[in-house]
Ligand binder design. Sequence first.
Ligand SMILES: O=C1O[C@H](COP(=O)(O)O)[C@@H](O)[C@H](O)[C@H]1O
Length: 240
Amino acid sequence: MPKNSPHLHVFATANQVLRGLANYFVAQASAAQAVRGRFAVALSGGSSPKSLYELLASDEYRHKIDWTRTFFFFGDERYVPLDDPESNYRMARLALLEPLHIPAQQVFAVDTALPPAEAAQAYTAAMRAFFGTDLQFDLILLGLGDDTHTASLFPHTSVLHATAAEAQAVFLEQKQVHRITLTAPLINQARAVAFLVYGAGKAAAVQTALHGARDTQEHPAQLVTGEAQWFLDEAANLTP
Ligand SMILES: O=C1O[C@H](COP(=O)(O)O)[C@@H](O)[C@H](O)[C@H]1O
């Protein structure tokens, strides 16, 4: 079993974390574009990354990246219409994609008009059509839920057993909702993975994900192996 070897980037404040990850994003984009001519990133959802996306679209950062050669996917999506306030795509569209005028052909949203399993299959097909046989993102952004879920890899769900590098649909019994998520094998074959986690409310989850006994069914973020970069503020990195 591969061992987690996370790299921690701990900053005093949440604003500094956002800037640290924005700088990392810029560096990854420019390296990927120099080597492969394009930068393919999977965005995270939820509440934490909105400020990162706004920062990347700001006057300070927008000119640091060649957006014409940047392609956007989603690490997970809530099974709601794409204009629903819960939609991860909608949040990224409003905070990042529209302000930067990213053309639709550079954005790969999950088609939540399809039934969940078909939406996941269609997303896998879209990724395979884009990447060909080498389905490796240049960067996957991830968050961390209070229950240590990441992307939509939630505790004790069937998708945690996935062995294929693809998108899968998952039903969350507790919330009675469907999600579409990249599987852990797909996340783990990315060229780079970066977690963005800040705020004291995340400290217990960070502690468990990084330092707790390995139990990937209970703590799915532990499924992310290899050299993940963790961008944290001091509050999230405190031992609770
Ligand atoms: O539901 C989700 O939650 C996680 C964590 O989000 P946050 O709101 O606690 O920052 C997120 O990474 C994932 O993309 C999202 O769908």
